[in-house]
Design a protein around this ligand. Sequence first.
Ligand code: FES
Ligand SMILES: [Fe+2]
Length: 405
Amino acid sequence: MCTSAPSLGGQGDVINPLWTVHNSAYSATAFALERERILRRVWTFVCHSSELPEVGSFLTRQVAGDPIVLVRTGAETIRAFHNVCRHRGSLVVSEPSGTGKGFRCPYHHWAYSMEGELLALPGEDAYAGSGFVKSQTGLVPLRVDLACGLVFVCLDPDAPPLHDYLGSDLLAVLEAPLGEASYEIFHYDSWLLKANWKLFAENGRDGYHVPFVHHTFLGKASPPQPYRLFPTGHAVQHVTWAHDAVDEETWRQTTRFPLPGFQPGDGWIVNIFPDVVVMARTSVVEILSQVPLTHEETLYEVRVLGLKGDSEEARVCRRLAFQTWLQTQQPEDKQAMENQQWGLVSQSVRTSIIARGVDATTGIRGDDNRLRQFWQVWRSMLGTDRNAVPEGGSQSATWPGESRL
Ligand code: FES
Ligand SMILES: [Fe+2]
């Protein structure tokens, strides 16, 4: 039994302060603290392993503001480095992705191997007697690990290993179906979300909005089912597709090729703290993730996976499943999150409410336990006792880049 004793949210007409969020938590001050205390300490999802398809494939990203580069160095090996030249600090790799045999900094042509060693530099003799040691001046590595094909990095050398961070219960959910076959991305999309990164993290934990924001479809298609919360901030909810939400032919086509271990209609939603949502839905897996850019802008990414080696017919059905059951949600959620960002700039209305349902480690879609769990871990990592930026500094959320008048 993992449900904790119910507790009342407030007394009389006063809401428990921990069941509210102050909009200073979405300010630039909060974002600077979050980068140091949360985003630099957690395991951050970067990509799916199929995005580095061959030895020499690389891609560049930023994590908590730090530029990094990932490179496949073997069939089973991916390495990650800070994408910063050891000479004068230029980006070594400026392309978003590609394939090569090593890296050459564009500024003074220092050349590094895929393993990060400094191999050659023009005019090396001039460093004689300076104390410069070539073999000690390679690219600086950072931690990288995979779980079921999902590639994560971590800037914190003292953080627990990825598999401990995710936990065995959550990994067991991811394993079926992700661990039972090889997958590849067949659809990728990204856009600039004009909203604080936590609005996305919260949206993925807010089941209350589903029948209203996604009213054209999902209110009928995804009946609420219990979820489980983990103390680490992760959550899982098993979900089904309602057979009667679509016509018979669409149902047949979208469930014809279930993923390993799934029956037609099966699925789950996994929230990985702080902000990744993985949805396995009968015949497709969707990964929603983001790169927090500033306190008011976020790069929002969508990846959709099918099985490696899918027949053309299977891929057509998976694509139809994505388009039918999942794709419409993204613009709807984007609009909802950006509307929320506009409201959060208010200097007059400073708090919002996350008080639905009693505190518990299980629940159903529509209560706010997953949101409160997010904020509980947020407070713990940020070192604060309320859902607000600690005292000091600017405490205002702002309009993203432009006036809305
Ligand atoms: S900054 Fe990279 S070679 Fe000079
Ligand atoms: Fe949504």
